[in-house]
Design a binder for this molecule. Sequence first.
Ligand code: GDP
Ligand code: IMO
Ligand code: MG
Length: 428
Amino acid sequence: MIYVVLGTQWGDEGKAKVIDYFAKDFDYVARFQGGANAGHTVYVNSKKFVFHLIPSGILNKNVNVIIGNGVVIDLEEFLKELQMVSSEVDTKGRIFISNKAHIVMPYHKLMDKAKEMNSGSAIGTTQRGIGPAYVDKVDRLGIRVGDILTSDKNILKEKIAAAYEIKNYILKNFYKIPDLPTVDEITDNLFSLADKIKDFVTDTERVLQSAHQLRKNILFEGAQGSLLDVDFGTYPFVTSSNTISGGAICGSGIGAIDTASIVGITKAYITRVGNGPFPTEQDNETGELIRQKGNEFGATTGRKRKCGWFDLVATRYSIGVNGVTEIFLTKLDVLDGLKKIQVCTGYEITDGNKTYKTDYLPSSIEMYPKIKPIYKEFDGWEEKTFGVKNYLKLPDQARKYIEYLEVQLEKKISYISTGFEREDVIVR
Ligand code: GDP
Ligand code: IMO
Ligand code: MG
């Protein structure tokens, strides 16, 4: 069985909670894109774990985890996380890192930060160096995990020098950053990390291919969300990787997948962190209420997440580009106690002197300020759904809301999450 579990919104849909919930039935959990920009939170027995690189399935002791070739890896961050998780579970022999994954270098983080600080229209990145690391990968100047396992430090140094030369020039002369690290310092540091990670490094695509052949259960852990996909998201306010289901194939090397369940994780409302359009944003008391109740603060940067109403236009689009087969609705409990709940059913766009309705996401960023969402209003519910595990025990209004979404999305909402703990799930 193969599951691809991914976010259908702008990230932070509760993917890690869901992956941890599913993990007991899987042999492998693999990350295939993104890097330490992700912040994946899991609560087990009231203890909180935040993962940025290590797949969230690691807390289940029978699961092996893979950091695939499509990930850009910050090795120091990986080692920090390894220490955190190893104090909780035995990780020996359970973590595999692709030798083809690209390393996020110190100059990538500097470039990310400098560009954000000096740009008139900053993306609001996590400043983890993700974009610049992918730029170097595509520009064929990347340093891959396998590169640092060389016995010849000079070869590594030459590769780093080639990648760093122009960035050093830009950082020094354009961004005026003093005290830049030297090629020697970067090389020495990376070379010293090699010893600490070498036991994890392998051809992870082979591990996955044989697991697949042996009919093992494999779960792909998406990071970010579909609306942050570099091709299909709200470009240019996106991340730098393919976050959609297709990314799982080229970011892991498993080969073509015959059948897979593509589980779309969808919050019962929407959040966005960083800049960029968000048609149903509620920059008001309701948005603030949802933020406080849902604890909507970034797991990586601590930034406030903007909050807004469920958007059928955006979610249908995500279902399409991912081939979502079923939906896992999360954070229903956060809506408890709201008097009214709105759902965006379409967009009214006024462009020049023309006004029209659409139910498809515009491809051009310039159209977003012209959108006026069309809403359908629902009565809220007073009762608590927090921790409810039986669908029939949900308040009538909550069921009405869920069933409306299901009909409109034309996808089964197979699971509903009603709390942050592993067991807080309704299976329908
Ligand atoms: P991810 O990036 O998609 O893994 O999500 P994050 O970890 O960044 O943010 C989701 C937050 O919501 C985390 O703090 C989770 O513990 C929490 N969470 C997940 N599902 C639920 C739920 O159903 N109800 C509540 N109240 N919290 C949830
Ligand atoms: P998880 O996996 C929410 C956002 C950033 C910024 C944009 C580009 O926890 O859902 P980047 O650092 O990737 O170049 O930033 O993408 N972003 C996320 N937003 N959840 C995430 O990950 C995100 N990872 C990146 O805020 O708007
Ligand atoms: Mg997150």
